[in-house]
Ligand binder design. Structure first.
Ligand code: ADP
Ligand code: ADP
Length: 226
């Protein structure tokens, strides 16, 4: 089963900037996959298109068999997105932020409450459930966005630079949480510009540069060529 299949994906932004020049990408269900590349390579554009926040110019995208153009509602249900920016209301409490996500996916309120407990515990945020989000540390805020992204129980979790700008200790701790989530059977795709992160965490990798996939292999295969 494929978690993600992309064919001939292009993106030209208004103003004419070409961000993606026709990429193909496959990610198998259960994989822990890294999209690695320098700033400006097209990583955020790619995951923005997969999660339907950015319009593509041409090409096809399907997630667990659901086509982006014709089965958008089903496709969206498969995906939990953790963006790079902290995009929650800093004045709401941690648990409110997670529970409120239910509204977007038709998860009943009671179910959402139970699940918020489960995911906040898993991400070591249960003790903070009544704190306003603004009181959390940067690492906790990132974990809060992960708990929120899991609320509708997506099969694919997509994270945009989950450890950008954090020190190595915090990065390692974030990796442990992500590995535990992947072990539960959730496919993970993350973008990163740290080769080290891709190496330690991921099984398969695509390297993107200037809107072109220049390598698509297993981590073992990649290390063998270095
Ligand atoms: P990455 O995530 O790898 O840093 P992005 O996907 O954000 O790369 O950007 C790819 C290219 O598209 C960059 O050259 C960037 O400047 C450009 N770009 C990104 N977003 C926009 C936008 N909204 N309008 C115009 N150009 C953009
Ligand atoms: P408030 O306005 O409640 O203080 P902010 O949104 O300004 O909250 O952010 C709180 C803290 O989180 C600040 O220290 C800010 O630098 C940091 N922060 C905000 N967004 C990000 C981000 N995307 N990545 C890393 N740190 C961030």
């Amino acid at each position: 089963m494929k978690a993600l299949s992309i064919r001939g994906l292009t993106k030209t932004y208004k103003g004419g900037h070409v961000a993606l020049k026709g990429i193909d990408l496959d990610v198998q269900a259960g994989d822990f996959f890294a999209l690695l590349g320098p700033n400006g390579a097209g990583k955020s554009t790619t995951i923005g298109i997969i999660s339907s926040l950015v319009n593509k110019t041409s090409g096809t995208v399907s997630v667990f068999g659901y086509d982006l153009d014709t089965q958008l509602t089903d496709l969206k249900r498969q995906i939990g997105l953790v963006p790079q920016e902290f995009n929650f209301n800093q004045f709401e409490t941690v648990q409110q932020i997670v529970v409120n996500q239910a509204g977007y996916y038709g998860v009943p309120r009671e179910v959402a409450k139970q699940r918020s407990e489960k995911y906040l515990k898993q991400l070591s945020l249960w003790d903070k459930r009544n704190a306003p989000a603004r009181n959390l540390s940067g690492g906790m805020k990132r974990r809060l966005m992960i708990a929120r992204a899991l609320l509708h129980e997506p099969k694919l979790l997509i994270l945009d630079e989950p450890t950008a700008g954090v020190d190595i200790e915090l990065r390692r701790s974030m990796w442990d949480y992500l590995e535990a989530i992947n072990r539960q059977g959730i496919t993970i795709i993350l973008t990163t510009h740290y080769l080290e992160e891709a190496e330690s965490l991921c099984r398969n990798i695509a390297i993107i540069d200037q809107g072109v996939i220049i390598e698509n292999t297993s981590i073992k295969g990649l290390l063998a060529t270095l």
